[in-house]
Write a protein that binds this ligand. Structure first.
Ligand code: NDP
Length: 309
């Protein structure tokens, strides 16, 4: 019987583990097949305090992991398949293997959203991607487009300027929601062209001799005019959705699927089950806030285990 099982290994999961381990709870952390969360597919992290010169996403996550492990967290790089939170002890399955715990901290994060167009599936990995930092390298001297107007789209556009010859940002409105500093960098960049009020409605490519993206159909969201754009790469950067499907019907969620926790707390409606990081935060969604809520979850789990609430 574990004291606490932590599910997820982004900034929230590792921070929860660090605090729980230092409270001598000997946490078991299921990190997933691809540990580290969204920062693993980020380049420079410039806004995490303590790193005035910035740090690479995968590098900071390795540090998070090292620190959680240093105090005795049992970290396993495997996915959780099923949970039973009916209690009083909680059950977590990894394949057929059952683990039981007195408390659970959910830090399963969020994943990139897609537009829902057929071509995203057909040409995913063949020109269409949701991760410029993973795939940008393949577009050296090519023409690429990015969909979105948030910080992710700005970051991806700037990253792609290192490789691509032309970078087009396609945004459905006439202003960005990204932070001012990121907007300015994009707006001032000579290689980036912004297309306001522009939606991607179709994705076209060829199947022979090689599967390959060729062009996209764009629609003006004000005039409804249609035009074609030839592109070699299309990057979708339209936000994220919470990874909460394991808890459907069990924990309360908002209409977008974010887990609902009590005000100023990481407590869910089930005593002993806590949620931290992007899976329960539709507002801030920053590494630093995720780490902060991971810390809160560990402290709340410790108090719960001590019978304090
Ligand atoms: P956001 O939700 O902030 O932005 C999503 C963007 O995609 C919006 O511009 C939105 O348009 C657009 N969009 C959403 N759905 C569609 C659709 N179906 N079709 C076309 N466009 C669509 O997500 P991000 O991933 O950019 O950022 C998430 C969070 O992570 C934010 O808090 C951000 O600040 C943070 N972040 C911070 C970074 C940093 O500080 N370096 C880097 C990356 C992310 P509209 O504006 O019209 O709604």
């Amino acid at each position: 019987m574990e004291n606490v099982i932590i599910i997820g290994s982004g900034p929230a999961g590792y921070t929860a583990a660090l605090y729980a381990a230092r409270a001598d709870l000997k946490p078991l952390l299921f990190a997933g097949w691809q540990p580290g969360g969204q920062l693993m597919i980020t380049t420079d992290v410039e806004n995490y305090p303590g790193f005035p010169k910035g740090i690479m996403g995968p590098e900071i996550m390795e540090l998070f992991r090292e620190q959680a492990a240093r105090f005795g967290t049992d970290i396993r790089d495997i996915n959780v398949d099923k949970v039973d939170l009916t209690g009083p002890t909680f059950k977590v399955w990894v394949g057929e293997e059952l683990h039981e715990a007195k408390s659970i901290i959910i830090c399963t994060g969020a994943s990139a959203k897609w537009l829902g167009l057929e071509g995203e599936v057909t040409f995913g990995g063949y020109g269409v991607s949701a991760c410029a930092t993973c795939d940008g390298f393949f577009f050296r001297n090519k023409k690429v487009a990015i969909v979105g107007g948030g910080d992710t789209a700005m970051e991806e556009a700037l990253f792609l300027t290192r490789h691509a010859s032309e970078v087009h940002v396609l945004h459905r409105r006439d202003s960005f929601r990204a932070s001012k500093i990121m907007q300015e960098r994009v707006l001032e960049h000579p290689k980036i062209k912004i297309h306001w009020n522009t939606a991607v409605t179709e994705i076209h490519g060829e199947m022979e001799p090689h599967k390959k993206l060729k062009s996209i159909t764009l629609q003006d969201t004000v005039t409804s005019d249609i035009r074609q754009m030839e592109v070699d790469g299309l990057f979708i950067a339209i936000g994220h959705q919470p990874n909460s499907s394991l808890f459907t019907g069990v924990l309360d969620m908002d209409e977008a699927g974010y887990l609902i926790t009590m005000p100023d707390s990481t407590r869910t409606k089930i005593p002993g089950v806590f949620a931290a990081g992007d899976v329960q935060d539709s507002v801030y969604r920053q590494a630093i806030t995720a780490a902060g809520s991971g810390c809160m979850a560990a402290i709340e789990a410790e108090r719960f285990l001590a019978g304090l609430h």
